[in-house]
Design a protein around this ligand. Structure first.
Ligand SMILES: Cc1cc2nc3c(=O)[nH]c(=O)nc-3n(C[C@H](O)[C@H](O)[C@H](O)COP(=O)(O)O)c2cc1C
Length: 200
């Protein structure tokens, strides 16, 4: 367990601070980049699922998905998300909230190129979030897709790409004894960030 003792232990830039916590989690946690992402419909019905955090820079946090999936559809009608990373082994949690934008197509293409062929074929084959009659239907879709791309490279589908959560608020939480945990919030203010300690 690592302790967050003081505001001074966290970089004033939350992206730098988050990178540092991700580095601490790497090796300590079996899946340090697993991030729960909540979206909601226009009328405020929420849904959440885990995705992999695949990029982080000053612009925000990027994950990749099928843009026609349930999350993709919800983000199309209400382009805001909340996300959580939790590292049990470190007693730490980070929350992120903000608007969501699609990343540039060339950035999605660059990531797509790093994915194994089987994952690329599967992305084409699976109409993510759509009902299937049974497992066999998925296997048939996969066979058809393998046949379609047998002679060619598997291109980036138009319905697949990276989404970036542009943080407006982040919170760094660290376990302390007797439930008196440390919570440091970062609120975006113009070009910078205001920090505040929150009651646990
Ligand atoms: C550890 C883990 C990592 C996952 N990573 C991704 C991911 O990076 N992208 C993705 O679309 N789905 C990922 N999934 C699957 C999603 O949780 C979810 O089932 C899928 O995206 C469909 O969600 P939706 O119907 O709400 O759109 C992951 C699931 C788990 C458990």
């Amino acid at each position: 367990m690592l302790w967050l003792v003081d505001l001074a232990d966290l970089d004033p830039d939350p992206i730098v601070a988050l990178r540092a916590w991700l580095a601490d989690a790497t090796g300590a946690s079996p899946q340090p980049d697993a991030m729960a992402v909540a979206t909601s419909t226009r009328d405020g019905r929420p849904s959440a699922r885990v995705v992999l955090l695949r990029g982080i820079d000053e612009r925000g946090l990027v994950f990749f998905t099928n843009l026609g999936s349930r999350k993709g559809e919800e983000l199309a009608e209400n382009p805001r998300a909340a996300a959580v990373l939790h590292w049990w082994e470190l007693g730490r949690q980070v929350r992120i909230e903000g608007p969501v934008e699609e990343i540039a197509r060339d950035e999605s293409a660059a990531y797509w190129a790093t994915r194994p062929r089987a994952s690329r074929v599967a992305a084409w084959a699976s109409p993510q979030s759509e009902p299937l009659s049974d497992r066999e239907e998925l296997e048939t879709l996969l066979e058809d897709t393998e046949e379609r791309f047998a002679e060619e490279d598997v291109p980036l589908p138009g319905f697949w790409g990276g989404l970036r959560i542009v943080p407006e608020f982040l919170e760094f939480w660290a376990h302390r004894d007797d439930r008196l945990h440390d919570r440091i919030g970062y609120v975006r203010e113009g070009d910078g960030w205001r920090r505040e300690r929150l009651a646990p």
